[in-house]
Design a protein around this ligand. Structure first.
Ligand code: NAP
Length: 309
């Protein structure tokens, strides 16, 4: 065991004594809220990062330099799970380059997707993704929007057993797909589902989240800010006083903590192209989480025009 592996093992065993995953008196990156992946018991930081639009920057050097800083902040603050897809144009490539340039590529919990029809095309696409991400193995491969999932599932199972993926999953971005997601999760052995859930779109609370909690399936929340719409809904409003009780200093942190407080949620993956927004997002992994009553107060913020305190 080398020094880094030793330190990781110490951190992991210490984390096991703290049910919430929050440890006082430790550096920020170790205080990040962590969650257990139900099928393995492995802990991962609960605030991750998406790459849709934000990381499609191969032709824009200035944007790429800013993203290098975004990724550096994410890593330094203890963020680990990044989510991408071949659908996101150059995002996989840009993450691969920047993470290698920062010399931290192996530290990440890399999740990407297969998004094509046909098993052979899927295998080809997944090989390309691994190359772009700078990896021979990644942590999580997901079937994007369930596209041709029956064709890809056998490859995902086989590559998982061969060690190319540690986990496999399915994703969707619409609540209309929840019934089908549930059918697929009942039929086959997936470790993760990625689904849309936000303070404004709570459909997942009705069936799918309790189902995942029951069945021991990890949940990754996509579009936690509704693609940025949530910020437009509270524009010009003062942050409510009760945000302090939750160690939040922004609406973004309130919106993410609302999700992180749900017991079925393993990880949230907000996307940003701005260093200051990444700092803000990582703040959601620190401090107190809302209880049931406080969650409803956060939800009510969207519908009360007046300042709330
Ligand atoms: N079917 C699927 O599998 C699927 C579908 C949708 C999404 N996803 C995944 O989920 C991730 C997240 O969803 P998303 O990117 O669609 O939307 P999102 O994370 O809900 O919102 C992103 C938007 O929020 C803004 N933002 C981020 N942090 C902020 C902050 N602290 N303060 C103010 N604004 C902030 C970003 O703008 P700035 O760049 O200006 O910060 C961006 O416009 C995606 O990137 C992708 O990885 C998967």
């Amino acid at each position: 065991m080398n020094r880094r592996e030793f330190l990781q093992a110490v951190a992991a065993s210490a984390a096991a004594y703290f049910p919430s995953g929050i440890m006082a008196g430790t550096p920020p990156e170790q205080r990040q809220l962590t969650r257990v992946i139900p099928t393995s018991g492995e802990r991962i930081p609960a605030v991750g990062m998406g790459t849709y639009i934000s990381f499609d920057a191969d032709r824009d050097p200035a944007r790429k330099r800013r993203l290098r800083e975004v990724l550096r902040i994410f890593h330094a603050a203890g963020g680990r799970l990044i989510d991408s897809s071949p659908m996101y144009a150059s995002a996989e490539q840009v993450f691969g380059e920047l993470s290698s340039d920062l010399n931290v590529n192996p530290d990440f919990f890399v999740a990407t997707k297969v998004w094509t029809r046909g098993a052979a095309a899927g295998r080809e696409q997944m090989r390309t993704s691994l190359r772009k991400l700078g990896r021979e193995k990644i942590e999580l491969m997901q079937i994007h929007n369930l596209l041709d999932w029956r064709a890809h599932y056998p490859t995902l199972r086989r590559w998982k057993s061969e060690g190319r993926f540690r986990y496999i999953g399915v994703t969707h971005y619409t609540t209309g797909a929840f019934a089908e997601l549930e059918r697929v999760l009942k039929a086959e052995a997936f470790d993760f589902v990625q689904l849309p859930y936000s303070v404004a779109t709570r459909e997942a609370e009705r069936r799918l989240l309790p189902f995942c909690k029951d069945r021991g399936i990890g949940v990754i929340v996509n579009r936690p800010y509704e693609g940025g719409d949530l910020f437009r809904m509270v524009r010009g409003r003062a942050l409510p006083e009760f945000a302090r009780e939750l160690d939040c200093d922004s609406f973004g942190q309130l919106f993410l903590k609302f999700l992180l407080a749900h017991p079925a949620v393993t990880c949230v993956i907000p996307a940003t192209s701005k260093p200051r927004h990444m700092r803000d997002n990582m703040g959601a992994g620190l401090g107190r989480l809302p209880d049931r009553r406080q969650r409803e107060r956060i939800a009510a913020l969207l519908f009360s025009g007046a300042q709330s305190s």
